[in-house]
Design a protein around this ligand. Structure first.
Ligand code: GLU
Length: 470
């Protein structure tokens, strides 16, 4: 690879049933780096585990990436479909004496492993230097890579720096199983080479593989791509992220009410930084992101920060879109809103944006809008509805009936003026009024609450509560 070749990155998930948040960040880094360099970002589905690689599991990955807004270039490549090409590379290595057929199994294999350990190096099969006979060839066997016995291999890693491995510690890797299926390490190399990948950006759990893969690249006479092994994302306790801390999969973050643009911004900032910038646009991220700036230390998922970032994007979000997303939350909770209700939500959600860090919170905070008349009056509110308070709320209804400006601000002023005209503090009116109009749901500032409900609904709810027998 010459330094002038255009950058090609790729994300290569195994479809195991979810798109892990760490994988999503790997995909994001690959996508950002490709955009930063004007290169390409490719997708390869590593579906060689036939049992787990169901269509549904593949779909989860594609949906997760699309939800997150990570579009790849071209069609995804499916690894399993390329097994013939992988076998071709194995054959090349065999033909060139860089791989060998091996019949080592059972007790003999155990003994060879023990002997290798005792001699202080990784497994080398006795078949490395033996010529198989025709009768051997008829027996099931694997094909191993003939790794160098001595010397070092250096993985040039843009995040980890140069990492040196001793060849004696790397065993003669199986590259073709006895059932004719190529192994992961071989398939990855052939695919990355054929896809023209210049930068392999992936989780640091693959750093050891990079050493073996480098040797096989060299044996095949191919350029070794640049590696960037990115550390894991840990939970708040510094340990591996687990469900105990809320969520691990992208779909779960979506269900918890995070916006894709918020998660993108947050994940980009997790383990990478551009000065003190916490909030940035996709364009800025692409302009600033260099994989060489990714931290070597594991990142920690910080829910408070994520919530902060999400709040920011909720405030920026288009009202119509936000209303639809909140309506989806209602639907998941078994309360389908009809179109007029969604439109109503869209018309007022601007007033509620500050009240939710997530879409779930926005659903909680907007539930008062959709309470059915007559709304239920909780015990505390009933206790507040003395004859005196009822009479006062009755006078308020008369005044509100005359009110034309139904903006939150005008209503706030109106309520203040009303309390003054009654010669009482707002505390004598507010709690009862809130209890009556909110139907026991959380509600914002009273001016906002009434504005959100609208005149007809506000007066209706008050009249319901004040009518004799209520
Ligand atoms: N399929 C591997 C995984 O999901 C990734 C391999 C790679 O990126 O080289 O862990």
């Amino acid at each position: 690879m010459s330094s002038a070749s255009p950058v090609v990155t790729r994300f290569a998930p195994s479809p195991t049933g979810s798109l892990h948040i760490g994988g999503a960040r790997t995909a994001l880094f690959n996508s950002l780096f490709a955009r930063h360099t004007g290169g390409k970002f490719l997708l390869r589905i590593e579906d060689t585990d036939r049992e787990r690689s169901t269509e549904a599991n593949v779909q989860v990955i594609l949906d997760g990436l699309r939800w997150l807004g990570l579009e790849w270039d071209g069609e995804p490549l499916f690894q399993f479909a390329r097994a013939d090409r992988h076998r071709e590379a194995v054959q090349q290595l065999l033909d060139e004496g860089k791989a060998y057929r091996c019949w080592l199994a059972g007790d003999e294999l155990t003994a060879a492993k023990e002997a290798a350990r005792a001699a202080g190096h990784a497994l080398r099969s006795p078949w490395r230097d033996r010529d198989p006979t025709a009768s051997d060839l008829a027996q099931p066997h694997v094909i191993r890579f003939k790794g160098p016995k001595n010397g070092d291999v250096v993985v040039r890693d843009l995040v980890q720096g140069d990492v040196t491995f001793r060849n004696r510690d790397l065993d003669d890797l199986i590259i073709l199983r006895s059932d004719g299926v190529p192994t992961y390490n071989l398939a990855v190399i052939v695919d990355d080479h054929d896809m023209g990948v210049t930068h392999v950006i992936r989780g640091d759990d693959h750093l050891n593989n990079a050493a073996r893969q480098s040797l096989i690249y060299q044996a095949l006479g191919w350029d070794v791509p640049l590696f960037a092994h990115v550390p894991m994302i840990n939970g708040t306790d510094g340990k591996k992220l687990s469900k105990r801390f809320g969520a691990t999969a992208v779909g779960e973050f979506a269900d918890l009410g995070y916006l894709p643009e918020a998660l993108r911004n947050y994940l980009a900032r997790l383990g990478w930084s551009h000065g003190d910038d916490e909030l940035f646009t996709d364009e800025q991220a692409a302009e600033w992101f260099d994989v060489a700036d990714v931290n070597k230390a594991p990142a920690q998922l910080d829910w408070a920060k994520l919530n902060h970032v999400n709040s920011h994007y909720i405030r920026l979000a288009d009202d119509e879109r936000l209303a639809r997303l909140v309506a989806d939350v209602y639907a998941r909770r078994g309360q389908a809103l009809n179109e007029p209700q969604v439109a109503r939500l869209a018309a007022v959600i601007g007033l509620l944006k500050d009240r939710g860090k997530t879409l779930l919170e926005l659903a909680d905070q907007s539930a008062f809008i959709f309470a059915q008349r007559p709304v239920s009056i909780d015990e505390k509110t009933s206790g507040l509805l003395t004859d005196e308070t009822r009479a006062r709320l009755g006078r308020l209804v008369d005044q509100l009936d005359q009110q034309n400006d139904w903006s939150a601000e005008a209503l706030g002023d109106k309520l203040k003026a009303f309390a003054e005209s009654e010669g009482v503090g707002f505390g004598k009116i507010g709690p009862a009024l809130r209890g009556v109009v909110s139907g026991g749901h959380p509600s914002p500032d009273m001016g906002i609450t009434l504005a959100v409900l609208g005149k007809v609904e506000t007066l209706g709810r008050l009249e319901d509560a004040l009518s004799p027998g209520a």
